[in-house]
Design a protein around this ligand. Sequence first.
Ligand code: GLA
Length: 352
Amino acid sequence: MCNALETPSLFQAFEPYFRIGAAVSSRLTADPEMAQLICRHFNSITAENQMKPYSVLDPEGTLEKGDPCRAAVDFTRVDELLSFARDNGIAVRYHTLAWHNQTPVWFFKEHWENDWNAPSAPKDIMLARLDNYIRDVMEHVNTCFPGVVYTWDVVNEAIEPEQGGPGLFRTKSPWFALTGQDFLPAAFRAARRGAAPGQTLCYNDYNAFDPVKRDAIIGLLKTLQAENLVDTMGMQGHYVLDHLNVGACETAARAYAALGLKLQVTELDIHCSSDDEAHRQALTDAYRGWFAMMKKLSRDGIGIEAVTFWGVTDADSWLPGFRREPSYPLLFTADRKAKPAFGAVLKVAAEN
Ligand code: GLA
């Protein structure tokens, strides 16, 4: 296997089709060799965590400010990655503005208490907080880093079939519990107002290939489209090797595109529990088949903005922690070598 710094560039190979991205952190970009690897292979980055609400919302500042409708924000961690991207000419997908997860509990509480048992803020206040938060983030990013962000994950993971109910919304989300469905158009309206020309607004979710979830997502997208609030469907793309169904991914991608939306695959990885010869081969075949499908979609005229891997090498994947077993899900090994899967993906790009 070849050192990842000596192989051809992945993003250059896919330039005719879509951007190639990776989720990164300041820990990775501070490592000079890793920074080089990122710049060589990716022309889009996502912050793995640094742009999520819990990295941006400032608890002490919020209490000091004393405004019930507006939290204080601290952009230190956001700016680290935006500076890296700007200085290296890499585009950024901002992940994420409204999410039930990795948003501090105090953001949902009437007097900003950091306590699950404290009374929740009423609906009108929550919607005002959401509106102000989105405005503050977008204004900062677009003023201080013009042209760096090309797409915004406005809402992440609002549909959850297991929680039932009409529309299959994630009813256990504090956003849903406090505002019903209203936070969805409210978030997208605020984002539309704050977006710079050319920036796309994205709805992002996992298992977006699953037919039941897909149809519920399509229902939501149509209501957003009625107000011209959404531009892009983000299919996360956390797959499991033995269950990857490329046909279902293709069917879902075509169904979203048929709404007139652009597509992104925002969090690609394929959980693979061993790195032995047989698994490596299976991973290679899975990536080959999946990328061939994506290239075909692009050639069929479907607008794919980017395919983003969730991590750079196996060493920084979230999967071993999440699955509580080893995982080798990405194209680069922990010691920064290009796997056979990398070669297969490059070949897909080059084939006629
Ligand atoms: C979801 C989120 C990501 C990340 C992954 C797990 O997919 O959208 O931000 O937290 O889970 O790492």
